[in-house]
Design a protein around this ligand. Sequence first.
Ligand code: NAG
Length: 524
Amino acid sequence: MARGGGVRTQLTPLCAVLMALVPLIPFAAAGGGFEFDYKRALHSSLLYFEAQRSGHLPYNQRVKWRGHSGLADGLQQGVDLVGGYYDAGDNVKFGLPMAFTVTMLSWSAIEFRDELIAAAAAGEEWRHVLEAIKWGTDYLVKAHAEPDVLWAEVGDGDTDHYCWQRPEDMTTSRQAYKVDRDNPGSDVAGETAAAMAAASIVFRRSNPRYARLLLRHAEQLFEFGDKHRGKYDGSITEVWRYYASVSGYGDEMLWAAMWLHRATGRTEYLDYAVDMADELGGATWAIGEFSWDVKYAGLQILAAKLLMEGRHRPEHRRTLEQYTVKAEHYLCACLGKNGAAGNVNRTAGGMLFVRRWNNMQYVTNAAFLLTVYARYLLASAGAGEESPPVLRCPDEAARADELLALARAQADYVLGANPTGVSYMVGYGRRFPRRVHHRAASIVSHAADGRFVGCVQGYDDWFRRAGPNPNVVVGAIVGGPDHRDRFSDRRSNYMQTEACTYNTAPMVGVFAHLHSQAEAAEMK
Ligand SMILES: *[C@@H]1O[C@H](CO)[C@@H](O)[C@H](O)[C@H]1NC(C)=O
């Protein structure tokens, strides 16, 4: 399930500016050398989160073409919902993908802490990672206004999509929507709990008081999600066309339990993940995608890590093994080594392909999971026979370096090692998407021209323009090419040219890892 956006706005056919359907030209596959500037890619990826900020921007905001927005969010409802992130190219704040973005940023920070600190002088990028996470968690704290109340959306996708306005000018509905005891939402509660638990690990050293606050919210949200079970799209029907929880809440509740276990070390959370493994699908679902909706592969990998480390009780072992088999299914599917059990498709250019709407989210999240799993394998090598030094696949076993090579190939594809020669990360390299489906970027900056741009006026004057966007959303990773590696840089082509925060979040970790690898290779 990808995201919906701009689907039903009645648009006239556009002056199609085609970067179009470039024939397959030979391109340099990533060889032994490192030909991309991962340090720059990492730097860019962190700028992107500043471009997506909602609320009152701080004095040190680096992305200057954005201004304050959504300053009355929550006012009608008597709750402060100022802040947080716009998830993509529109001006709605969707709780589920926002929380998932924070979880993946936090996982990046936990796993690649040393690389992120070393990536720039004085740990500058590390500081930006913490800021990106905190911009999200500060909002999530506000949104969790009471133990059993979570505000899960501000703005309304339908009215938003009839308008093409900068967030700074919004005249659209800022209705806020919540889940509570009578209107449950275990998926959004679970994901928000996971995000806050993971973030609490990140802040444990630098800001222990904040880490404890996050943990307290995470524990309450987990309890709320478990006690009052239900899918949030049943309670908030407005999300249905944009971020419906197709996979249900089983994955988010298990994911939250795994993160809470990691954050607190308390066995009760692992007991939950073990006891509920069948009922909530953790030990049964074998899936070839990992996304804002479907987290099974991620939580199965976290379970596999526990097994590799031997940090579990004897009675947990059997279930953790079942989880591990499913984690292996995902990774082997990416590697194309699953045989009859089914693989993730790849394009001729080598991109993992799941579906045509925002396929890049599956690519970047796969690159992340492959990288962390390879690290877990390497860390477990020599720790005893319990830990398989290789990934077991139906076709043949895979070594950690094969997982890393695939992850790097996907990252390199994103940055331009692909048949079109386009970097799908905006602002990186010479050729990148210039007509990103992004309201704020496609309209003159509020700072440069503060004259109000109306709802329909934005469509007429800016959306339908043939030229490039006036503002470059540096670090955004767009939806990307189709199953034949084709990409068309048109603003109306939202399946390919819209970027989402959860496309870039996992790459923060992947780029940090690749940069450190490239540096190590240079030292030799
Ligand atoms: C792979 O692509 C083929 C052909 O388009 C399609 O039938 C199949 O369902 C795809 N497999 C997966 C796992 O998406």
